[in-house]
Design a protein around this ligand. Structure first.
Ligand SMILES: *Cc1c(COP(=O)(O)O)cnc(C)c1O
Length: 413
């Protein structure tokens, strides 16, 4: 039975790959009084966060901020640029790519879903959900589209359901090599501010992101980073849009305001998050995530369990998907770990339901938090009767103690 009057002692271990833990600094910033969103102070806050978020996306162009979850910003990306019946080429990396495709279909677009094709297609656990995008498939498809019917190519940058990243620059190269005018749209909801992302350099037209992953904020705001071509396409696009329409937002954003009531307190939080991330430096942030991911994978390898991502070149720096042994229900294991150790892990989504769990290693974390997560998982697996090849805790400790953190290096210098 739920005993709501008894609160566990200590901190809950929120190790799902988003929402990620919110730093106290951000929680405090958000606790300030809500101000007049048409008043003079607000404009300064608006201009600050709009400027800062551009640095995170690495873009000179406008970024629309919505008081909505990431799903809303997915819809905004499609509704602003496309017309009913338009053909869209999407790529199936996992559950989130599938949800975006489902949404595009519901909006009245005609979608085509490419999936990984390779020699070891007999790989268990959804083989196409174990690799990143194959840009050559996209290039070949675009070359065949001599009438230029395909209006957009949509790819997920960090597939949160699997722990696999995709090489976005290679997709832009493929589109250009095919000489095709399709827009490039990217979901980096869980990649932004954890995994390397370069909006302008990679030639992305619309990038969708959200607050509750790498930005370390609560859920509730999301983003569309734009390109001049995306803004141009929006002028002719005929899908119905009003709340999501970029034109009024971009216009009012010039002075730091929005056409509707923005999420004031979350914007205080965003301002704090931007200060934290930009003062650390994006390259340090990315290196920190890579190092954590390697430590967690060392633990999984020591346990003798397979990682969902089958290509080491595209391991996610944000999360690691772990396949449980045959006959072990990953969700029952997650429940046991939650009950015994107050540790939340990500569930297996879609095709991977019950077959895997996801360990988040993003945002406001550190080596010892991750060692504790590994310890909780290891104890839980032993309690569940799973035979492990070795100690993941020892492997993670060895990894973290022998690989100096980039930020610690700076402190010592
Ligand atoms: C979290 C996530 C979403 C969904 O965002 P919501 O904020 O839950 O609407 C979509 N795509 C990816 C890759 C995600 O990680």
């Amino acid at each position: 039975m739920l005993q709501l009057d008894i609160h566990p002692t200590g901190r809950h271990f929120l190790q799902i790959p988003g929402p990620s833990p919110v730093p106290d600094r951000i929680l405090r910033a958000m606790s300030l009084p809500t101000i007049d969103h048409r008043g003079p102070e607000f404009g300064k806050l608006g201009l600050k966060v709009l400027g800062g978020i551009r640095q995170i996306f690495k873009t000179k162009h406008p970024v629309a901020i919505y008081p909505a979850s990431g799903t809303g910003a997915w819809e905004a990306a499609l509704a602003n640029t496309l017309s009913p019946g338009d053909h869209v080429l999407m790529y199936e990396t996992g559950h989130f790519a599938s949800l975006w495709q489902k949404m595009a279909t519901r909006l009245g677009l005609s979608t085509e879903f490419l999936a990984w094709q390779g020699a070891d297609a007999q790989l268990p656990h959804a083989p196409s959900w174990r690799r990143g995008v194959q840009a050559d498939l996209i290039e070949a498809r675009l070359r065949k589209d001599t009438e230029k019917k395909i209006k957009a190519v949509c790819v997920v940058h960090n597939e949160t359901s699997t722990g696999v990243t995709s090489d976005i620059a290679s997709v832009r190269k493929a589109i250009d090599a095919a000489g095709h005018p399709a827009l490039l749209m990217v979901d980096s909801i869980s990649g932004l501010a954890s995994a390397d992302y370069r909006h302008d350099e990679w030639g992305v037209d619309v990038c969708v992101s959200g607050s509750q992953k790498g930005l370390m904020l609560p859920p509730g705001i999301s983003f569309n980073a734009l390109s001049p071509r995306a803004l141009e396409a929006a002028k002719a696009a005929k899908l119905p849009k009003a709340f999501w329409a970029w034109d009024e937002i971009v216009e009012m954003n010039k002075d730091g305001y929005w056409p509707y009531t923005p999420n004031t307190n979350l914007l205080y939080g965003l301002s704090e998050s931007l200060d934290m991330i930009l003062s650390e430096g994006l390259d340090n942030v990315f290196a920190r995530h890579q190092r954590w991911a390697a430590g967690v994978r060392a633990a999984v390898n020591a346990w003798g369990l397979p990682v969902q991502c089958a290509d080491p070149a595209v391991y996610s720096p944000v999360l690691t998907g772990v396949i449980t042994p045959e006959g072990v229900d990953a969700d029952a294991l997650r429940r046991l770990i939650h009950q015994r150790f107050d540790l939340s892990l990500g569930t297996g989504l879609g095709k991977l339901k019950g077959r895997m769990f996801r360990m988040g290693h993003l945002g406001d974390s550190n080596d010892l938090t991750l060692v504790a997560m590994v310890a909780g998982v290891e104890m839980g697996m032993k309690l569940a009767g799973i035979r492990l090849a070795g100690s993941g805790v020892q492997a993670a400790m060895d990894h973290f103690s022998s690989h100096t953190a980039p930020a610690a290096l700076q402190k010592a210098a």
